[in-house]
Write a protein that binds this ligand. Structure first.
Ligand SMILES: [Zn+2]
Length: 398
């Protein structure tokens, strides 16, 4: 074990034994070999680096992509919808041994959902199989800045993005209150400053109304958070709301010189507070990183790289808001421990670390992701991916 690293997140050449889906041993090589029985898979990683399994904090899975997702190093994802028969598809994939990602699924609460529909979403909670589980509900508070459907405190340069988009804000607050009292975590799409403020106001109200006099601890989260002022940043901390961010949206769809549509619509002041990952982090918020696939590529190394360099695909172009870049360790934590925290109460003591007793969800990389340059990280080879002790991807030659 190399004690020069933060051993909570990664190990260089760490002999590691997984049993019954959990890490049962971390230590010196001869000891690990002695634990190998006839049914043990022994993989000699020859100096590769093991990290806690990388989890995408926000994606929209489609069946068929799971295999290539495992090859990218992903061990899990927070699925932000469950449309049509997708729960049945997960069950069928798992029954066929073809589900290679651990999925936490937040079905969508439609804007027009009545009380009976909300009660149905509450009843769905906790259902699932070995690797997939319904946990939470996804809601929308606005659309996007690019098409003029975000909800901003003051309109964009075309006079658009001036209203909530989706549910009536009053109804949204009622629904989140109901879900909160039922102990159901919510994940709300909120991009504009007014949308994010309304979500935080709503969580504050929900927290103030206890269920039968008993305070309810529920981990709510906001998805996207593309432009917010300072006082909003601080409220994420005081309310304990997770900030779920997709750095590649900033990289791919905006530009440092603000000549892109997103920046032009917002104007200099609001474009200057774009995707404030670092301010949220430094204030003490739990920042969770994700891709929003298929809107952006799902490679977790690309997501972490984007959080660190904030540059577009052409890496010679300048970064957008370099002061908002995360450090290498922060980016890794955003896809490991923080993703586990945001997945629900108690998850962070079972997942997100390389430690004895934690789930054997692991990503093995050819080199140390904390030492690799920001602009090289996306190309770092993924040697092995393990979910619950089962190998889901193994590079040729490993
Ligand atoms: Zn999404």
């Amino acid at each position: 074990m190399d004690v020069g690293y933060d051993t909570a997140y990664l190990h260089r050449a760490a002999p590691l034994v997984a049993q019954d889906g959990r890490i049962s041993f971390l230590g010196d090589d001869p000891d690990a070999r002695a634990l190998a029985g006839p049914g043990t898979t022994v993989v000699d990683l020859r100096g590769a680096v093991v990290t806690a399994g990388l989890t995408d904090g926000h994606l929209h899975p489609a069946s068929g992509a799971e295999r290539t997702m495992a090859a990218s190093g992903l061990t899990g994802g927070h699925a932000m919808d469950a449309n049509g028969d997708s729960l049945a598809v997960y069950a069928a994939l798992e029954a066929a041994g073809a589900l290679s990602l651990r999925l936490r699924i937040a079905p969508w609460c439609r804007p027009e959902a009545d009380d009976a529909a909300v009660a149905d979403l509450v009843r769905l909670q906790g259902t699932g199989g070995g690797l997939w589980q319904v946990a939470g509900v996804k809601l929308f508070m606005d659309g996007t800045i690019d098409n003029g459907t975000a909800w901003l405190e003051t309109p964009d340069c075309h006079g658009e993005s001036a209203h909530a988009y989706g549910p009536d804000p009053q109804r949204y607050t009622e629904v989140v209150g109901t879900l909160h009292r039922a102990g159901v975590p919510t994940a709300t799409h909120a991009i504009g400053d007014a949308a994010v403020r309304h979500v935080l106001d709503t969580v504050e109200k929900a927290q103030a109304v206890d269920a039968g006099g008993v305070p309810v601890a529920v981990r709510h989260r906001v998805e996207h958070i593309e432009t917010v002022p300072d006082d909003t940043v601080r409220r994420f901390v005081s309310l304990g709301v997770a900030a779920s961010m997709q750095p590649t949206h900033c990289c791919e769809f905006t530009r440092a010189d603000h000549t892109d549509n997103w920046s032009r619509r917002l104007g200099e002041e609001r474009a200057g507070r774009a995707f404030r990952c670092r301010d949220l982090w430094d204030a003490g918020a739990r920042v969770v990183l994700g891709s929003d696939w298929p809107i952006a590529p799902y490679s977790p190394l690309k997501v972490m790289a984007g959080a660190r360099h904030r540059r577009p695909a052409d890496l010679s172009l300048p970064p957008h808001g370099p002061a908002q870049a995360l450090t290498p360790l922060q980016a890794l934590q955003g896809m490991t421990l923080n993703a586990a925290w945001a997945a629900g109460e108690g998850e962070e003591v079972r997942a997100g670390r390389v430690a004895v007793g934690y789930r054997a969800d692991l990503t093995v990389l050819a080199d140390d992701p904390l030492a690799v340059a920001d602009t090289d990280l996306a190309a770092l080879p993924v040697l092995l991916t393990v979910v619950g002790g089962r190998v889901t991807h193994r590079e040729a030659g490993v």
